[in-house]
Write a protein that binds this ligand. Structure first.
Ligand SMILES: *[C@@H]1O[C@H](CO)[C@@H](O)[C@H](O)[C@H]1NC(C)=O
Ligand SMILES: *[C@@H]1O[C@H](CO)[C@@H](O)[C@H](O)[C@H]1NC(C)=O
Ligand SMILES: *[C@@H]1O[C@H](CO)[C@@H](O)[C@H](O)[C@H]1NC(C)=O
Ligand SMILES: *[C@@H]1O[C@H](CO)[C@@H](O)[C@H](O)[C@H]1NC(C)=O
Ligand SMILES: *[C@@H]1O[C@H](CO)[C@@H](O)[C@H](O)[C@H]1NC(C)=O
Length: 582
């Protein structure tokens, strides 16, 4: 979403704020459509419970009893009172505007100045509640756990084509105030309560259609077997559509994932032909064909994205290959001892800067000079090209081919090559995992998956370093003890002192291994500082390569994939063969 782009530009991680999974609506590729889908619909946020009588709200120093609707919105603010947000002017302005909409006309005429509102009593009440929850007895906690399990059992699964599948996010987000990082212009606005009347249900006609809560109606019930969502609604802040989807471990998601990598494998078979073709096209008489061929070369060689067919956010000025402008590249006939260097500098997806200096083939260079002739910096580099033309061309080259397939292909094959190159058969498990992470990093760099160093980086590095120092001291001590035990044994020459030497030796070995493990961890963390491994791991690397590597070297799969990732890649973990070649 456009929101994420702004965040990324502010150097923030999207993972920090997106607490709710927002999925793009995805269509199945031709041929995959579900025949049957039945589910129970969503779980709505619990209704608002008015505050006890003794919890007071004050306006201008005087107690004021709020109507239920106004009180509910006030509690959202009260719960955030200690947060910096509530001091920000935009946040306060947006909140106050939306809050007033929920007030009775009487409240509206009284409450005219947010600075005169005193939420502290409410805030204290919520803090006490949080504290009380922490102090809950075992039985109470058990009761809550059971209730959650009951909800999961009832609403957490659906049936799709004879398979029972987990639903990823069956609970609808409760209402609250919109947050956002940086100075998001909409922060503080009221995120409405989602009602059954907002909800579109998707299920099959012959299934038991979930009944809406008593006294309510669904917005719509449809039976669209070409989409994978079960429930959708439009949120009111950004107007984006949200979905309830199946868990990534589900058969149909796994099927799609598998197909994606199969498409990349098909590209492997015809990539040489495609490359020869675009090389020929660099000489074409038609400008359109030349531009297309150079763009394709960039997509292949640099793993650039095709570009944006959809309108990007109103403010985010991000581009892809087709939408590159003259100002985004500089041509150097010679640079740092290399010929025909193109210097790229632009904001790509999620406003991540793409900066790269690449030597290109002479013909590409000459073509670029030609494309840039008589143009202003803000003119399109490829003026005869747009994303739809390029995508159409890709489809003609190979069925199912998109720019993303080139990324998937290159990322996967690079991982496989790097793993071959970097894995040292004599290494122990931690060192092998370091090699794996290095191979993964090579791919992340290729895909430009950078990140700002985490805020906690320095601190966690220092902690690790002090652990290493302590371990080194421990090792020195152990070595000293071993030395004196040896000396002792030389003098005494008895069974007991021999045994002591053996156990001291083992202790030294153990500590050496622990030290090595810590040092590997430190190297890994340092090298990972500015690289986000997750995106390529989750989206571009054929999991079968990793699984096969783990099997080959006897590395437990848990060292590479955590629980969520293992669920997502269950299809590959189950099927990988010993010598899987991408
Ligand atoms: C709102 O109340 C605050 C605190 O009493 C006061 O300083 C401020 O001037 C008031 N603003 C308006 C517009 O009345
Ligand atoms: C699915 O729903 C769409 C409308 O959303 C409709 O056009 C289509 O015919 C439906 N298909 C089936 C199989 O019910
Ligand atoms: C993958 O991309 C890199 C970087 O452009 C390139 O050097 C390499 O040749 C590509 N590999 C394959 C197999 O396409
Ligand atoms: C791309 O260009 C073609 C041909 O010039 C045109 O028909 C089409 O509408 C354009 N598409 C977009 C999304 O601009
Ligand atoms: C697994 O790792 C991903 C990051 O790649 C993280 O978002 C997720 O929370 C992790 N899951 C578990 C269960 O640790």
């Amino acid at each position: 979403c456009a929101f994420l782009k702004k965040l990324k530009r502010n150097g923030d991680s999207a993972l920090n704020i997106c607490t709710w999974s927002v999925w793009e609506e995805e269509r199945y590729p031709e041929g995959i459509k579900w025949k049957f889908l039945e589910h129970k619909g969503p779980v709505f946020a619990p209704p608002y419970e008015p505050l006890p009588e003794n919890v007071k709200f004050y306006y201008d120093g005087k107690v004021m009893k709020l109507s239920t609707k106004a009180e509910e919105v006030a509690t959202f603010f009260a719960k955030m009172l200690d947060h910096e947000y509530t001091t920000k002017e935009i946040f306060r302005k947006n909140f106050f505007k939306d809050w007033r909409k929920e007030m009775t006309s009487e409240e509206k005429s009284t409450i005219t100045n947010l600075s005169k509102c005193d939420f502290t009593h409410m805030s204290q009440y919520f803090k006490a509640q949080t504290e009380a929850r922490k102090q809950m007895s075992k039985e109470e906690k058990q009761k809550i756990k059971e209730e959650n399990e009951r909800l999961l059992k009832e609403y957490g699964y659906c049936v799709m084509d004879n398979h029972k599948e987990r639903i990823a996010n069956f609970k609808i987000e409760p209402p609250g105030l919109f947050r956002g990082r940086g100075n998001h212009p909409k922060m503080g606005m009221l995120k409405r309560r989602i009602m059954p009347e907002d909800i579109i249900i998707n299920c099959s006609k012959d299934s038991k259609i979930p009944p809406p809560p008593p006294g309510h109606k669904w917005k719509e019930v449809r039976h669209d077997n070409k989409v994978t969502w079960l429930v959708s609604w439009t949120e009111n802040i950004q107007g984006s559509i949200k979905y309830i989807m199946l868990n990534p471990s589900s058969r149909i998601k796994g099927e799609k994932d598998w197909q994606k990598y199969e498409t990349a494998r098909r590209l492997k078979k015809c990539v040489d032909k495609i490359r020869n073709q675009y090389r020929e096209d660099w000489k074409s008489k038609e400008m359109k064909v030349r531009q297309r061929a150079v763009a394709l070369y960039f997509i292949d060689k640099l793993a650039l994205r095709a570009g944006n067919e959809k309108e990007e956010g109103e403010t985010a000025d991000t581009v892809g290959c087709c939408s590159l402008r003259v100002e985004h590249i500089k041509l150097h006939p010679e640079l740092d001892g290399q010929e025909y260097v193109v210097e790229f500098d632009f904001l790509g997806k999620d406003s991540i800067r793409y900066y790269n200096k690449v030597p290109v083939e002479k013909r590409v260079f000459k073509n670029l000079q030609l494309f840039m002739e008589n143009k202003q910096p803000e003119d399109d580099l490829f003026d005869r090209l747009n994303t739809s033309i390029l995508n159409k061309h890709l489809q003609d080259l190979m069925e199912g081919l998109t720019a993303k397939v080139f990324r998937t292909y290159n990322a996967s094959i690079t991982l496989q090559q790097q793993l071959k190159e970097l894995t040292n058969p004599d290494d122990n498990i931690p060192a092998k995992i370091l090699s794996y992470n290095r191979a993964n990093r090579a791919v992340a760099i290729l895909c430009n998956h950078q990140r700002a160093p985490p805020k906690t980086f320095e601190k966690s590095m220092m902690n690790l370093q002090s652990k290493i120092d302590a371990k080194k001291e421990q090792l020195a001590d152990a070595r000293r003890e071993l030395k004196s035990a040896k000396a002792d044994a030389k003098v005494r020459r008895d069974e007991k002192s021999k045994k002591t030497v053996e156990s001291k030796k083992k202790a030294v070995q153990r500590i050496e291994e622990q030290l090595m493990k810590l040092e590997v961890q430190a190297t890994d963390r340092e090298e990972n500082k500015q690289i986000a491994l997750g995106t390529s791991k989750l989206n571009y690397l054929d999991p079968r390569i990793s699984v096969a590597w783990c099997k080959k070297w006897g590395i437990p799969i848990e060292k590479i994939y955590n629980k969520t990732q293992r669920e997502k890649f269950a299809w590959a973990i189950d099927m990988a063969e010993e010598d899987y070649e991408f």
